[in-house]
Design a protein around this ligand. Sequence first.
Ligand SMILES: O=P(O)(O)OC[C@@H](O)[C@@H](O)c1c[nH]c2ccccc12
Length: 390
Amino acid sequence: MEGLASFRAVPSFTSRPRSSILGTALNPRRGNSLSLPSSSSSNVRAQQMESKDDEPEPVKIELKIKEWENSMYHNEVAASQGIRIRRRPPTGPPLHYVGPFEFRLQNEGNTPRNILEEIIWHKDTQVAQLKERQPLYSLKKALDNAPPVRDFIGALRAANSRTGLPGLIAEVKKASPSRGVLRENFDPVEIAQAYEKGGAACLSVLADEKFFQGSYDNMMAIRDAGVKCPLLCKEFIIEAWQIYYARSKGADAILLIAAVLPDLDIKYMTKICKMLGMATLVEVHDEREMDRVLGIEEVEFIGINNRNLETFEVDISNTKKLLEGKRGEEIRKRDIIVVGESGLFTPDDIAYVQEAGVKAVLVGESIVKQSDLEKGVAGLFGKDISLKSV
Ligand SMILES: O=P(O)(O)OC[C@@H](O)[C@@H](O)c1c[nH]c2ccccc12
């Protein structure tokens, strides 16, 4: 409920049906059940009267109200699942719905609490703009011209049985908020080709521009250059529209972050991916997220991020911790492929997460920084894992 705490005058939403909350408590026209100071109600009335001349069309107001209700509802559902990331900066209810002053933002709620939240707020705005330019119906048409989907999970399984080591998802990553620029002379196609030659089973391509200096153009350029490794579109997905967009740009798999998305979104988006033939890597960072994700029967591909995206702390023992006991058992029983993600630098690190139970690893920094990328891959595993080696 943290997200709601910043609305001083908004009562607790728990256990009350939305319609009654919004219909009575917040609607001054139906009597104000909030204990607002008496001047507040006159403010409301004064404002309603003032706005007579340039009164916005009722439809627009209704839409704004619906939007606001929706985002409040979304935050509430997310918070009930332990999700701390808010989808967008909190705003008070639309001005014409309630009084102008008393519901205004309190500053403390209006700045992102951490980098992940900042990224998500930015993404929300960016996606809204992109969607306007290319609505879903035209995006769906573009899918006909998209290059065919390749089997991401199949490629990892094949690499795992070919080498006896975790299949490598090598990341094409120029920069990150935690590490800054990782590689100055960044040629995505050259990097992708070198990774492939070095024995990577799949590639992860950063699509986010603002925080990771990535792009969808990079992903398309890699596909167009004839790289055969299936591609994971590394993006912060908050809406189904982005999945269609990623597919139209040639993605074979997408990432869903459990710290950001409520269960129902994960379920729904996983189904969309399946329909499109794509794989869905669902990323978790702690036990609670792992348990939520294991509760979703559609999930067959899980990433354990060793980096906390809120604090940037990296600890590879996180992979082990989340695969111990009952969780590990269930994962084996359901034949879920687990990927160890982030902070992997040495053959010992790879052996450690493999021992913990992963069948694949996702590695960026330690290899993208090498001047000889192909050798970088061999160095990471302590041996040549390229196709020519076996
Ligand atoms: O560069 P590293 O420490 O090897 O990490 C790679 C990858 O795991 C990391 O980039 C990552 C994992 N999950 C993410 C979600 C968003 C952005 C980035 C990531």
